[in-house]
Design a protein around this ligand. Sequence first.
Ligand code: SF4
Ligand code: SF4
Length: 107
Amino acid sequence: MDIQAYQQMMEALSLSKRERLLIVEKREQQCICPQCPNYKECNVEENELAFCTTGKSVCITKEKQCICPTCPLAAELGLNNTFYCTRGSETQQMLLETLQVRKSWVK
Ligand code: SF4
Ligand code: SF4
């Protein structure tokens, strides 16, 4: 991870509660997760969206297919990961990679 990405990650971690809520609200409007097989199978509650920002779902546990790479928000933000609902937010996955404690899904 380069220094700019690291700084962005640190800034993301220090957002105020209100700032975070506003970001989540905006991202939820763009989130296409409800079209995803994993999401449909689990019957996720309506307020669970934008896992790339909010982190893991309390409902979804299986990994069939992730459509995040086709999400406009992913392209807009340059997100690099997938399966946010089961593996954690972009920031969490970046942090795990940086600390080299990535889980078994990564070879
Ligand atoms: S990248 Fe994935 S989790 Fe994030 S808003 Fe888009 S569809 Fe939802
Ligand atoms: S994060 Fe990916 S796998 Fe999870 S519900 Fe959204 S599109 Fe599907």
